[in-house]
Write a protein that binds this ligand. Structure first.
Ligand SMILES: *Cc1c(COP(=O)(O)O)cnc(C)c1O
Length: 432
């Protein structure tokens, strides 16, 4: 690859949108939150916080203390000095961010595993209903896992994937598909590619009218979009903590079970952590009451400790303020796209209504893969590429500024105008 820089990395004070970015940053009530994150290379514009959030400075202290003092010094005593309760304690911290009550949210396993546990629990609670409704905007793991749960249920349960136009959720088709054969409706609240936001209240209500349960995947909404699990009566939810919650790579996920369902649903992997008296080591399983019933086995304490600081920051700032900035960033992005990127061939592959859009957008371009490589290597912008032709730009309101977006847009335009991307391979290899 080229060794000398071929692009001006900005800032671009003469370009349309610069003054607006500076003004919005100046008036941004969350501007100081950025200082709470490690950011070693100031040339990098990080627009992938919806895939792996940045490292909060407090996380380092927290993990260090967990290693040196709690593990190194206190050793096994730490299980009874806070470790055992940590999944619920962090769950309580996170609960208000998604409109849940304490005791309804538990840090547990991974998103995929939690999805399986709750889907299987839902299916076995209504064995006569065979249909599971989802859509083709869902994250692929969700489809694989729902099919696994259907297979495990073993009575002909099947997953029906409702087709979309690739951007907006097929609301009408989903509403029409939900019937009295439906056991479960499971969707991503914010879809991973286009960033479409489902009307969680309306679909929950529609599912309930038909006697079905809903299981929401909040991976792309938690920490970016307000979620009203309690007020809407949502039954079940899972979500990821390493995206907008900045919990760290592979940080434990969470699960939500509405309180009145907790003792009616059965965890399909009842392990000792879900036992009423785990240290009695009884050979027979006796489930604990409450949300801990959905535990399985020993939780990874280092990763869990690592997730706490990011979650605490989101909870302290409050989801309404985060959403307000996210909407402003999204609208600014759209304006910038129209002026700078549409003319050089980028399509807008996300909703245009800010109320139906999460905190990331997808831009389509026939040469998106080559552009993504040049963008990372030479323009120092880290986006996501999503097959076949999407460049996905996530804006994390806690650390992305309006100037970040302005700079990223101008650098993207420069990549395409100089055509430096044509030097990069058209074929994809490995992970991106
Ligand atoms: C990120 C994400 C996941 C991740 O699942 P893991 O089990 O952590 O690999 C699942 N579902 C959705 C919708 C996601 O966005």
């Amino acid at each position: 690859m080229p060794s000398a820089p071929r692009l001006d990395l900005g800032p671009f004070p003469d370009a349309y949108g610069y003054d607006d970015a500076i003004a919005q940053d100046r008036d941004d009530p969350l501007a100081r939150e950025r200082d709470g994150f490690v950011s070693a290379d100031s040339d990098i514009v990080y627009l992938d916080g919806n895939s792996l959030g940045r490292l909060p400075v407090d996380t380092i202290t927290r993990v260090d203390d967990t290693m040196r003092r709690q593990w190194g010094d206190r050793l096994i005593r730490s299980w009874h000095e806070g470790w055992w309760e940590l999944p619920e304690r962090i769950g309580e911290l996170l609960a208000p961010v998604v409109g849940a009550e304490p005791g309804e949210l538990l840090m547990s396993d991974s998103t995929s595993v939690n999805l399986f546990k709750l889907a299987a629990a839902a299916l076995s609670s209504a064995p006569d209903r065979r249909r599971i409704i989802t859509d083709d905007l869902n994250f692929p793991t969700d489809l694989y896992v729902l099919r696994s749960a259907a297979r495990a249920a073993g009575a002909g349960q099947r997953v029906e994937v409702i087709g979309s136009d690739g951007v907006d959720g097929p609301m009408a088709a989903i509403e029409a598909a939900i019937d009295d054969e439906t056991a479960l409706v499971s969707l991503s609240h914010v879809t991973f590619k286009s960033g479409y936001v489902y009307d969680l209240a309306r679909l929950t209500e529609r599912a309930h009218e038909a006697g079905a349960l809903v299981l929401w995947d909040l991976s792309h909404s938690v920490g970016s979009v307000p979620v009203e699990l309690g007020a809407t009566g949502a039954d079940l939810a899972v979500g990821c903590t390493y995206k907008y919650l900045n919990g760290g790579p592979g940080a434990p996920a969470f699960l939500y079970v509405r309180r009145d369902l907790q003792d009616r649903l059965r965890n399909p992997i009842e392990g000792w952590w879900a036992h009423d008296d785990p240290f009695s080591f009884h050979l027979d399983f006796e489930p604990i009451t409450g949300i801990r019933r959905f535990h399985t086995g020993t939780m990874p304490m280092l990763s869990l400790a690592g997730a706490e600081a990011g979650i605490a920051q989101v909870a302290a700032v409050g989801i309404e303020a985060i959403r307000a900035k996210s909407v402003a960033l999204g609208c600014y992005m759209e304006q910038q796209w129209r002026r700078h990127l549409e003319p050089v061939g980028f399509g807008w592959a996300s909703p245009t209504d800010p109320n139906r859009r999460g905190s990331h957008v997808s831009l389509s371009h026939p040469e998106a893969w080559q552009i993504a490589q040049a963008y990372r290597e030479e323009a120092m912008v880290l986006p996501d590429f999503r097959s076949p032709d999407n460049l996905r730009l996530g804006f994390a309101p806690l650390y992305n500024s309006f100037l970040d977006l302005h700079t990223a847009v101008l650098r993207l335009r420069a990549v395409v105008e100089t055509r430096i991307h044509v030097d990069y391979p058209t074929e994809r290899e490995g992970v991106s």
